[in-house]
Design a protein around this ligand. Structure first.
Ligand code: FES
Length: 105
């Protein structure tokens, strides 16, 4: 089964990325492998915050772990729609959602 996730990149381009369930370990790896962005400094361990995204269209049940919340609490420009892309699994729950990549600049 194929799904699609929409990514608003740092230069405000909307990219539609098709994916299969669990094709990559997480959303961050999908973004890096299909549309290069300079994110993922800690390689998906949920520690660096460089894979900060915000859900701008759609709803994703917030199942974030304490470690994700701790990392988010230390970075810039966080709100209730903030998540770490490396902690989001590739499955039907993110089908057709739109995430914006957030950077400090
Ligand atoms: S890659 Fe470091 S927090 Fe996601």
């Amino acid at each position: 089964m194929s799904y699609t996730v929409n990514i608003l990149t740092t230069n405000e381009t909307l990219v539609k990325i098709p994916f299969k369930s669990y094709e990559y370990p997480n959303l961050m790896e999908l973004i890096i492998n299909t549309y290069y962005e300079d994110i993922g400094e800690c390689l998906g361990r949920g520690l660096c915050g460089t894979c900060h995204v915000k859900i701008i269209k759609g709803v994703l049940e917030n199942t974030s772990e304490t470690s994700e919340k701790t990392t988010l609490s230390k970075i810039y420009n966080v709100d209730t729609n903030s998540r770490l892309a490396c902690q989001i699994m590739l499955n039907s729950k993110i089908n057709n959602l739109t995430f914006k990549i957030i950077t400090e600049s």
